[in-house]
Design a protein around this ligand. Structure first.
Ligand code: UD1
Ligand code: UDP
Length: 388
């Protein structure tokens, strides 16, 4: 048993305040944990703690500002161009140290990043039950996405509470012999974040984004790309975008470029200075949501954007060979276009030329929840940890 564990005799008594510690470090984790943190903080019986690994520095700070997420411990671990092993090694000791100090009753992690995996591992080592938000997503290919598919499987083995966004995710967990009574289908907490932000999300006047959109008189295509397994194809992705701008005279590409040097080094030489290609710094979450609302098409390899765009009724082309989010593909809103330059160009051009197809794909379907997943998570924690 870990040294930081609370005295078993006093843990989980009815009426006792339960400490729930969120460990997170990247932009998408903060976005998807923020509504759960807000929900628990509003309820009696919980003390929320947060350990920010800062695997992402600027990009997680941006979201922390938008949602006003409280940070209990900031490990400030990001290094430029960090490798998976150096990041993992640094995190194991530092997250463990933080948990020993904070002595939570439960550790919460989200998704599939290195911060998520190490948060779950450190919780497990310390003998603290781990709750996994967005559990059960699988492509069934450990190299795609890399290393996220493996991280999810590992967290699936380490966690005690599995919060699956969909029935399909639950089925994946059951296949891996996770006990049925440890899985709760809650919807994705990312939709909660979107529900909270989307209605009032407007482009800030006087911002760079406002200037860019004011000059976009035709079709707006938002682009994001960052996946590690796509790094060998990143120049090809940028070249496909260049060709699309040449082929479609009214096309404006708005591309907030991830801060990863692997992305910037590939994208900038090909797209910097290209007319109708607007390369931006990563946008604050509410600004990015406002941009998605204004977009006609979204071209991305992001996980979270595959969930958000259907909620907003936007067609999404996903630059991946496989997706762990098949629900929106089945619903017709998301289409896989692979990672090959020619195929990305062809399929995107087809969609840009076919207004009916865009309209059909953009019909709002939302397989990822009703925006109240956080309440369900909080109810489960109350019941399972003893305050319910
Ligand atoms: C990571 C996650 C991935 C997630 C993505 C979200 C892992 C293994 N990967 O991607 O699952 O989809 O984040 O965006 O956990 N950088 C900055 N400032 C920032 C953020 C990044 O400068 O705010 C630069 C740094 O040089 C950093 C590099 O980007 O070293 C890469 O960051 P990292 O978190 O390692 O990115 P990925 O693993 O590609
Ligand atoms: N996002 C953002 N600013 C941007 C681009 C994306 O806030 O400039 C948000 C987006 O709405 C989504 C999340 O970041 O909620 C997705 O993050 P990312 O694509 O980095 O990671 P993934 O979801 O692939 O893990």
């Amino acid at each position: 048993m870990g040294q930081g564990r609370r005295d078993e005799g006093t843990k989980g008594l009815r009426g006792e305040t339960l400490r729930v510690c969120f460990v997170f470090g990247t932009r998408p984790e903060v976005i998807k944990c923020a509504p759960v943190i807000r929900c628990l903080a509003e309820r009696d019986g919980f003390e929320v703690q947060t350990v920010l690994t800062a695997q992402h520095r600027e990009m997680s700070d941006q979201v922390i500002d938008v949602f006003g997420v409280p940070v209990t411990v900031d490990l400030d671990l990001m290094r430029a161009g960090q490798t998976l092993s150096s990041l993992t090694a640094g995190l194991v000791e530092r997250v463990t140290g933080a948990l020993r100090e904070l002595m939570p009753d439960c550790v919460m992690v989200q998704g599939d990043t290195t911060s998520c995996f190490v948060g779950a591992l450190a919780g497990f080592y310390e003998g603290i039950p781990v709750g996994h938000l967005e559990a059960g997503l699988r492509t069934q290919d450990v190299r795609q996405p890399f290393p996220e598919e493996m991280n999810r499987r590992l967290v699936g083995s380490l966690a005690s509470f599995h919060f699956a966004p969909t029935e399909g995710a639950k089925a994946n967990l059951l296949q891996e012999n996770v006990a049925a009574d440890r899985i709760w289908v809650t919807g994705n907490t990312g939709i909660d974040a979107l529900r909270i932000v989307s209605e009032s999300a407007t482009v800030a006047s006087g911002s760079v984004l406002a200037d860019v959109l004011a000059g976009c008189d035709g079709t707006v295509m938002t682009v994001t790309s960052h996946r590690r397994e796509n790094q060998p194809f990143m120049s090809g992705i940028a070249s496909a975008i260049y060709e699309l701008i040449e082929a479609v005279p009214d096309l404006h590409v708005v591309f907030p470029v991830h801060l990863s040097p692997a992305v910037r080094d590939a994208v900038m030489p090909i797209l910097h200075g290209v007319e109708r290609c607007h390369l931006l710094e990563p946008l604050a979450y509410d600004q990015f949501v406002a941009l998605m609302k204004r977009s006609d098409v979204i071209l991305t390899d992001s996980g979270g954007i595959q969930e958000e765009a259907p909620y907003l009724g936007k067609p999404v082309l996903v630059m991946r060979r496989k997706t762990e989010r098949p629900e929106a593909v089945d619903a017709g809103t998301v289409m896989l276009v692979g990672d090959d330059q020619a195929t990305i160009f062809d399929r995107t051009l087809t969609l840009l030329h076919d207004g009916e197809m865009r309209e059909r794909m953009g019909r709002a379907v939302n397989p990822y929840g009703d925006g109240y997943a956080s309440d369900r998570v909080a109810n489960v924690l109350m019941a399972e940890l003893g305050t319910g």
